[in-house]
Design a binder for this molecule. Structure first.
Ligand code: GNR
Ligand code: NI
Length: 140
């Protein structure tokens, strides 16, 4: 694995829309591994590919605490299929906006579909910080 450079605002690539993947192959898994290493080193709890300069719809997330066992999550082509009416507010930060924090209100829960690390179709119901982080990454 190798670390990649995180793109910082105002790099114009951060305003671009990322592209859907056709397949999950070894080259993509290498990128996912590099993104996870980059995210852990930052440190952060999530990272979207555009933040390492690549316009692909892939996300890595790990919301585990320092002392806990790592729980990496790899999401390819994530798509929210439903979200709760109930909202929650978290103080969010972003690795591409160092030093900036803001309270953001979002649906408290979301249900998504995605392809996993092996390219298999999966669904996930997320709540709490995980739901917030997934929505933050999809916004990228
Ligand atoms: O590390 C991060 N922390 C964070 C905190 C609250 C809500 C979202 C996040 S994601 C952020 C890393 C990042 O910039 N991901 O795109
Ligand atoms: Ni971010």
């Amino acid at each position: 694995m190798s670390q990649r450079k995180i793109v910082i605002e105002p790099d114009p690539i951060l305003r671009e829309k990322s592209n859907i993947l056709e397949t999950v192959d070894d080259e993509l898994r290498k990128l996912l591994d590099d993104m996870l290493e980059t995210m852990y080193a930052a440190p952060g709890i999530g990272l979207a590919a555009v933040q390492v300069g690549i316009l692909k719809r892939i996300i890595v997330i790990d919301i585990s605490k320092d002392q806990e066992k790592k729980t990496p999550l790899f999401l390819v082509n994530p798509e929210i299929i439903s979200r709760s009416k109930k909202t929650s507010v978290y103080e969010e930060g972003c690795l591409s906006l160092p030093g900036h924090f803001a309270e953001i209100e979002r649906p408290a829960e979301c249900h998504l579909k995605y392809l996993d690390y092996s390219g298999k179709e999966k669904t996930l119901k997320a709540s709490g910080l995980l739901a917030t982080c997934i929505q933050h990454e999809i916004d990228h």
